[in-house]
Ligand binder design. Structure first.
Ligand code: NAP
Ligand code: ZN
Ligand code: ZN
Length: 348
């Protein structure tokens, strides 16, 4: 084991603070990554505040990680020292169940191992990316194309894949009308990716405050959900709605926006249940679904897609001592559009 600088939560209510954490020695199939940038996902906040259930403190979160390979184990073939790589929301899975064999490791029937707050195969609790180094099995490490700017690549590892996967699965593309609810970290990626896939994209945000950005990301329409007229104007309009909101939404109101055979996919993960009135599903034979991140192969596909299409997350770079302020701003929907920690500030 070796110690590295990190930022950790010590309880559900205390501010995060600098500390050191232990990383395992580099095993034969592991790579050691010197982390350069780490994104702040709303899931980090739900987790450290205990909103999704109890966690063991101290806990270092962060599952949007990019950095450079500085050491590889003897059996590593997929990555080499000097490579620019990424790690997302999971660092292992059973590799043998039907879902793992289908390349859907995020749905591992034995439970994929989360990048933080999960019991690792060796019994320790995984610790995430708000730290200077991480040791990860080569199979869960992604190649980050050089054409994606280093400081903006991290959000692709969660926000990017979490929106790419349902957009691809439900065939967002030419002739499809897609709505994105909530334009934060996930939402702004959903807009950019759906536009690149060729869909006609509408943003549904609480206010019109970010309308210029939404249109610049390629959306063709932008509506305020605070205005009840929006739900009248857009009734029976969309083939696909991607809900990224971190609190429960009025399901009847949003389901009403789906046209025949339309699907509302929730990727937003509020701790409270979403109340689905069944009659809202009967009309137009609508579906309600969920989706969790994406598989490792699909994550690589997404990174390559974003590199080819020039899709770059819009980030606000912060230092290690600004994380608590960033959390408060995320909670106020005041993020444009992802906070990314410059991990150089954690080395000193
Ligand atoms: P985020 O940056 O905070 O974005 C959430 C957006 O939801 C906000 O920007 C805001 O958009 C809207 N919103 C927030 N509070 C609201 C409220 N009270 N009423 C209506 N709208 C509100 O968060 P994120 O990092 O994108 O994550 C979003 C959710 O997805 C979180 O619950 C997170 O845990 C979850 N998540 C799930 C997965 C998965 O695999 N399924 C992966 C990653 C994250 P506007 O300002 O535009 O209204
Ligand atoms: Zn996330
Ligand atoms: Zn499995």
């Amino acid at each position: 084991m070796f110690s590295v600088n990190a930022i950790a939560a010590t309880s559900a209510t205390e501010p995060l603070a600098r500390t050191t954490i232990e990383r395992r020695e580099v095993g034969p199939r592991d790579v050691l990554i010197e982390i350069r940038y780490a994104g702040i996902c709303h899931s980090d906040i739900h987790t450290v505040r205990g909103e999704w259930g109890e966690v063991a403190y101290p806990l270092t979160v962060g599952h949007e990680i990019v950095g450079e390979v500085t050491e590889v184990g003897a059996e590593v073939t997929k990555h080499a020292v000097g490579d620019r790589v990424g790690v997302g929301c999971m660092v292992n899975s059973c590799r043998e169940c039907d879902n793992c064999r289908a390349g859907q490791e995020q749905y591992c029937l034995d439970g994929a191992t989360g990048t933080y707050a999960a019991v690792d195969r060796d019994g320790t609790i995984t610790q995430g990316g708000y730290s200077t180094h991480v040791v990860v099995d080569q199979d869960f490490v992604l190649r980050v194309p050089e054409s994606i700017p280093y400081e903006a690549a991290a959000p692709l590892l969660c926000a990017g894949i979490t929106t790419y996967s349902p957009l691809a699965h439900w065939n967002a593309g030419p002739g499809k009308k897609v709505a994105v609810v909530g334009m934060g970290g996930l939402g702004h990626m959903a807009v950019k990716i759906a536009v690149a896939m060729g869909a006609d994209v509408t943003v549904l945000s609480q206010t019109l405050g970010k309308k210029d950005d939404g249109l610049a990301f390629g959306a063709s329409d932008y509506y305020a959900t605070g205005d009840p007229a929006t739900f009248e104007a857009l009734r029976n309009s969309f083939d696909l709605i991607i809900n990224t909101v971190s609190v429960p939404i009025d399901m009847a109101a949003y389901l009403g926006l789906l046209r025949l055979d339309g699907t509302l996919v929730s990727v937003g993960a509020p701790p409270e249940p979403l109340a689905v009135p069944v009659f809202s599903l009967f009309n137009n034979r609508r579906s309600f679904a969920g989706s969790s991140i994406g598989g490792i192969g699909e994550t690589q596909e997404m990174l390559d897609f974003c590199a080819e299409r020039g899709i770059v997350p819009q980030v606000e770079l912060i230092g290690a001592d600004e994380v608590n302020d960033a959390y408060e701003r995320v909670l106020k929907s005041d993020v444009r559009y992802r906070f990314v920690i410059d991990v150089a500030t954690l080395r000193r």
